[in-house]
Design a protein around this ligand. Structure first.
Ligand code: 2RA
Length: 382
């Protein structure tokens, strides 16, 4: 017994009517119209049969971000010809499922990229990236690297597609995916910078434990169950730790320095003055950020709200009287960056406060990496 999908039958009716109107002939314009219907079965069939497909490796395929990368690649139907999940010897041989098909994870080694791989998404930590990204790049693979290993290299573009996809044009096979807390911040800051030129930024973050991977996640879960912390230096359950990544000589954490340096590189403006305090909070998924901004040009707050609402990748939730503002739980499993609490900072000229929330594993890592791959394809850099 078959049931008819109403959407599919609607599309088929459209095709039928279009052809009838055109005297039985499907014109190129009509064909394009039908193909461009969102999720159109015609588009799916067209993509499956006529679009170029790519051989894609996911390095760190068993990790939290690697698994999410596979999920996002499948969800967004990235055109994959062959998939190569890879990981260290610890996870090699384990099975993963991608689009209903089972794959065995291969062990990463010096010859892993000798096969015909087009793109490799790396999320296996900095030392693996340092060792194997150059090997892959030399073998002609375009690496999209989620670690911090190459982010500040002059010849490595650091990309957030909504902000600086133009920087893809100077890649030489290694592209860095920025730090999660930076990605969501610059999606919100870029339109403000373009319109009013940002002079100074003060970041205060409230970051989820999944940013530390499974060990952080388990520390919160165990802490809530009354067990002792084994990963963070203090209990994370019912607590806040002003400590993300290691401390440097001058008392900043590396996470704070990443936010400062990466923001300048992505926005392409070294003159912006930036400071940051990054805090780990007992939340599983979703980083929240209070961002204080000072601009050169004056602005109207309603205009800023409208500007953000019309900018790519942003959803504005800003109706505080009705308790509407972004929260980490709302952002979980979403790819957009949520912005609210948009208000003037009266303590300086042209001061602005915003509250920015996003899923750190999706937009902050996996989704951004896949969007970079999509941009490589759509802008014909591959
Ligand atoms: C964190 N930003 O949240 C880091 C992860 N990349 O710990």
């Amino acid at each position: 017994m078959y049931t008819t999908c109403p959407y599919t039958s609607g599309i088929m009716k459209n095709i039928h009517n279009t052809v009838i109107k055109n005297g039985g002939v499907l014109s190129v314009d009509n064909l394009l119209f039908l193909l461009l219907q969102p999720a159109s079965p015609a588009l799916v069939i067209f993509r499956r049969n006529f679009m170029k497909k790519f051989n894609v490796a996911v390095v760190g395929a068993s990790g939290m971000v690697g698994r999410k990368m596979l999920e996002v690649l499948a969800e967004r139907d990235f055109p994959i010809e062959n998939l190569y999940p890879m990981a260290s010897s610890r996870s090699a041989g384990k099975a993963i499922t991608f689009k209903g098909r089972k794959y065995l994870i291969e062990e990463l080694c010096d010859t892993s990229f000798k096969k015909d791989i087009d793109i490799a998404l790396f999320s296996a930590g900095g030392s693996t990236s340092l060792q194997y990204s150059p090997v892959a790049a030399k073998d002609g693979v375009i690496v999209i690297d989620n670690s911090s290993a190459f982010r500040m290299y002059e010849d490595v573009p650091l990309i957030v597609p909504e902000v600086n996809s133009h920087d893809l044009k100077w890649h030489s096979n290694i592209i860095s995916n920025p730090n999660c807390s930076t990605i969501q911040a610059v999606v919100a800051l870029s339109p403000i910078h373009d319109a009013y030129k940002i002079k100074r930024i003060i970041y205060s973050t409230y970051q989820a434990v999944s940013g530390s991977g499974l060990k952080g996640y388990n520390d919160l879960q165990n802490g809530i169950a009354g067990k002792e912390n084994t990963f963070y230096p203090h209990p994370i359950a019912f607590n806040c730790l002003p400590h993300i990544d290691s401390f440097t000589e001058d008392g900043y954490t590396k996470e704070e320095l990443k936010m400062i340096n990466e923001t300048r590189k992505i926005l392409g403006d070294e003159s912006i003055k930036i400071t940051a305090t990054t805090v780990r909070v007992p939340v599983y998924y979703g980083h929240s950020e209070s961002i204080n901004i000072e601009t050169e040009k004056p602005f109207d707050v309603d205009e800023v709200r409208a500007l953000l609402a019309s900018s790519p990748g942003i959803i504005v939730l800003d109706d505080p009287k009705n308790n509407i503002y972004p929260t980490a739980l709302q952002a979980e499993n979403r790819d957009e960056v949520f912005v609210g609490r948009i208000r003037r900072d009266y303590s300086c000229e042209n001061g602005l406060n915003i509250w920015v929330v996003a899923d750190n594993i999706r937009k902050g890592a996996a989704t951004n990496a896949v969007q970079i791959a999509e941009r490589l394809v759509s802008d014909k850099y591959i």
